[in-house]
Design a protein around this ligand. Structure first.
Ligand code: ES4
Ligand code: ZN
Length: 325
């Protein structure tokens, strides 16, 4: 398909990206080969990730992540991911990191993974100018107890590079309230807060997530099913980390033009645009922008508005924000 405009030259800010979920399939295949792990079951005949639905995606994600074993593996991953970001014109990104996948929630091990990721990110910044920061996420379907250990890892490493705490995983497992202790712990450590909600759950799921005191919601798009909630999001300035290509790939919405991002934007909600798990969903930041322009006739002004909203909603310090505004 061809699009009349290319928005590849626009500087972009991406707030919702899972680090392991951004791993190019060839990178994971390479690691699997080095380690003699058979991961053939998670790839299709063309070498792309293969999954049936969101819950199968979570399993494939975990299988792919199983070959990411050492801090060095994570450093290589970070380098590969940031090359893709820079190619889409991303100047600032925030990535979700889960100690469940790196270091197993042991604070000492977690510090080593984090140091390796940071070093790789610093090299990418020096080379391509792309700035990265981390948001530690617990995984909802792993349960509240593991989440508490994750929150302790977050609190112990909160600072200039780890800027937020969040929750990902199966939105239909458990209740946000079960994770209140973890979010309180992270908040007390000075971290900004976000939660995945309103992707598989409806408006009630978004309302529940707001009780955690988050200033951003991952996805949040199904708030559109309750206009009183949409107006509350707009009034309270809650920022939605919208990932339209992810929603279309996973079947939350059938076609790009069915996606509610445009309605949310027009009703005054602060919307931002991200890729979520780009190779899984066959997307890039450039593709997201081009598809949105095509589906909703958005011009460069709309994208400049979205990029500014994203920079304002970034969890980084003011000095870094000034560089991306
Ligand atoms: C997710 Cl645990 C996890 N990993 C990647 N993408 C996700 N979306 C929601 N949960
Ligand atoms: Zn996500």
């Amino acid at each position: 398909e061809e699009f009349p405009v290319s928005l590849s030259h626009l500087p972009k800010v991406e707030l919702h990206l899972h680090l392991e979920g951004a791993a190019p399939p060839a990178f994971i295949r390479g690691l699997a080969k080095e380690k003699s792990v058979d991961l053939s079951g998670i790839f299709d005949e063309r070498g792309a990730y293969k999954y049936k639905d969101f819950w199968d995606f979570l399993k494939v994600y975990e299988a792919a992540t199983s070959v990411l074993e050492t801090p060095e593996d994570y450093a290589r991953l970070t380098t590969a991911v940031l090359e893709e970001s820079a190619a889409s014109g991303v100047i600032y990104g925030e990535t979700f990191l889960s100690p469940d996948f790196c270091g197993g929630r042991d604070v000492g091990a977690w510090r080593e993974y984090l140091a390796a990721i940071r070093e790789a990110a610093d090299r990418a910044e020096a080379r391509d100018g792309v700035v990265l920061r981390g948001i530690i996420t617990c995984i909802r379907h792993f349960g509240p107890e593991k989440a508490r250990e994750t929150a302790v890892c977050a609190a112990e490493t909160a600072g200039d590079w780890i800027v937020g705490f969040g929750i990902a995983g199966d939105e239909l497992a458990g209740k946000p309230q079960d994770f209140a202790w973890s979010f309180d712990c992270a908040r007390e450590a000075g971290l900004n807060l976000t939660a995945h909600a309103g992707e598989w759950g409806g408006p009630e799921s978004v309302r529940d997530a707001l009780t955690l005191g988050v200033t951003r919601i991952g996805h949040g798009v199904r708030a559109i099913e309750d206009l009183a909630l949409v107006d509350r999001l707009a009034e309270d300035g809650i920022v939605l980390e919208v990932c339209p290509g992810s929603n279309v790939a996973l079947g939350v919405y059938r076609r790009w033009r069915d996606h509610p991002i445009s309605k949310l934007y027009e009703r005054g909600v602060k919307v931002t645009v991200s890729t979520d798990d780009p190779p899984f969903f066959h997307t890039t930041m450039n593709n997201e922008y081009d598809r949105l322009a095509d589906a909703f006739d958005w011009d460069e002004g709309a994208f400049a508005d979205i990029a500014r909203t994203s920079a304002e909603a970034a969890f980084c310090d003011g000095e870094t924000r000034a560089r991306i505004l």
